[in-house]
Design a protein around this ligand. Sequence first.
Ligand code: ZN
Length: 290
Amino acid sequence: MDYVVRAIDEKAGILAFCGRTTNLVEKARIIHNTLPTASAAFGRLLTASALMGLMLKGEKDTITLRVDGGGSAGIIVAHADSKGNVKGFIGNPEAHIPLNQKGKLDVAGIVGSTGTLTVVKDLGLKEPYVGQVPLVSGEIAEDLTYYFAKSEQIPSSVALGVLVNTDGSIKASGGFIIQLLPQAEEKAVASIEEQLKNTKPVTRLIEEQLSPEDILKNLLKDFELTFTARHVLNYHCSCSKEKIEKILISLGEEEVKDILKSSGVVELVCNYCKKAYRFNEKDIQEIFYT
Ligand code: ZN
């Protein structure tokens, strides 16, 4: 089962998030039919949104991460709420290139590195919070580290990883975010840096069946962690016929009738879950005249 946890050492000023997302990313792979490099890029962003969903305070708050790096992957979007529901889409699910020099899936190679990372937090206020930074590498974890430093002024360490089996399915996926609170001392920073240098990649730890709690306990063994939240993760889309009808109405009657005339049916496919909604002439009449 996939889940994310939040832990804190208030005295030392450390806040940490860790999650296993193997099943979530596998479900995303099946829905979107992603090839391995695209699976890795998409999986990293979905994992990041799942972790950041745990940072939201309100029940109805949501977070959306959008990476637009100009590469062959196209735009990648991941969306999470504060209860562990995650969804997303990738512009080109077939983006796939040879392994990079380190022998890893070349995420930066398909994301590109000349665009932006945008974070939108809907906190139920009049306007959503929007933070945007230029991409620093296109590897996503480094880009998020930069986002936290630049937009939120929070020193953070972000690790995200996806391992893909030879048949294209997801072998292991997960990540962590460690953040320093204002009261953190120099000593704590040095200890974390040392620990991160000596730790295995996060996907290896997940492959070895370490739980998110154990990963954090091992990573932060010099600290006294209290676990304050745990959320089961699900790839979940809340689209419905009613919501899609609203999109049709916003397109306007003329446009919709044109589509109907040329295709005989109006079909809209949800970006997030690929569910197709079909409307025939009678449905369209009902939407616009009742
Ligand atoms: Zn949907």
